[in-house]
Design a protein. Structure first.
Length: 146
C-alpha cells in the first residue's frame, strides 16, 4: 500500500507501470505487484531496483516505521523476477545440422576463427552460427573440392 499524495495522477501512472491497480480513493491507492506486472515493467526498461526504490520512497507512513521499509521477501522476489528474464538470451543465427565428421572439424574451426560460432555439438555434427553467408560459402567451397 502506498501514500501517493492524495492520488496524484503522475504517481498513479508511475505505480501503474509495474503493478495492477486494485482500488483508488481520494487519499489511498492499492495495487498488486505480480510476476507479470514486474516482467512487463522490465520489458519497458524499468529495473527491479527502480521499482524497489519507488516503493520504498512512496511507502505508507505506517510501513516507513519498519526497518527495512519493504519486507526482504518482497524485495528478493522482485529481483528474482528480473533475473528470471535474464536467464535466457535469444541470439539470432543459423543452424547447420548433420555435418559429416570429415567436414565438422574444419567447418567449426573456420566458424570459430571468423568469430561467428555460437554453439556446436560434435556428436550430432551441428553448428549454430551468427553469420550464414560466410560459413555457407566456405562449406560450398569445401564441397566443390571433393
Amino acid at each position: 500500500m502506498t501514500d501517493l499524495n492524495l492520488g496524484s495522477p503522475l504517481q498513479i501512472a508511475i505505480l501503474n507501470l509495474f503493478s495492477r491497480l486494485i482500488s483508488r480513493f481520494p487519499n489511498l491507492v492499492t495495487a498488486r505487484v505480480t510476476r507479470d506486472t514486474i516482467r512487463q515493467a522490465i520489458n519497458k526498461g524499468i529495473t527491479a531496483d527502480q521499482i524497489i526504490d519507488y516503493m520504498t520512497a512512496n511507502a505508507h507512513p505506517q510501513l516507513r516505521k519498519n526497518n527495512p521499509v519493504l519486507p526482504p521477501t518482497v524485495v528478493d522476489q522482485i529481483r528474482l523476477w528480473q533475473i528470471e528474464g535474464e536467464r535466457m538470451k535469444a541470439t539470432p543465427g543459423f543452424l547447420f545440422k548433420e555435418l559429416s565428421h570429415a567436414d565438422f572439424g574444419p567447418v567449426s574451426k573456420y566458424a570459430s576463427d571468423l568469430g561467428v560460432l555460437v554453439w556446436k555439438n560434435k556428436e550430432k555434427g551441428t553448428l549454430f552460427v551468427s553469420n550464414y553467408d560466410a560459413l555457407a560459402a566456405y562449406i560450398k567451397k569445401r564441397a566443390s573440392r571433393t
